[in-house]
Design a protein around this ligand. Structure first.
Ligand SMILES: [Zn+2]
Length: 121
């Protein structure tokens, strides 16, 4: 299917649409609604990321509707201070990293948002 086609990158501000759904506001103030798998939508619904300079990779389902690539492809980034940051979540108690917000599988603590430089490995 479309899996072999490299994703399109879209960058703007992560906002809420009129229907309280995740959306990206582009530089021309046009809003594109964002869709994706459950963990992806979990990240898009994370209040801590609203208003950030946000990048998604995926494809348009229809004009104005953008489908973000599955969570395991790492298709979401935050841009800050000229850096491209990956989004993950961290439990500092158990040292467990996850890719969508929620409670730690181990201690049930609400995980911290952890932005890391995408170029640093
Ligand atoms: Zn934990």
């Amino acid at each position: 299917m479309a899996a072999a086609v490299p994703g399109l990158s879209l960058r703007g501000t992560l906002v809420r649409s009129a229907g309280d759904k995740p959306a990206l506001e582009l530089s021309d103030h046009k809003q594109v609604s964002l869709e994706g798998d459950e963990p992806t939508v979990g990240v898009l619904n994370d209040k801590r990321l609203w208003g950030t300079d946000f990048e998604v990779v995926g494809h348009f389902n229809s004009p104005g509707h953008f489908e973000v690539d599955p969570i395991h492809t790492r298709a979401m980034f935050v841009h800050k201070d000229g850096k491209r940051l990956t989004i993950s979540y961290w439990c500092e108690v158990c040292y467990i990293r996850t890719y969508t917000p929620g409670t730690c599988v181990c201690c049930q603590k609400y995980t911290d948002l952890d932005l890391k430089d995408a170029d640093e490995r």
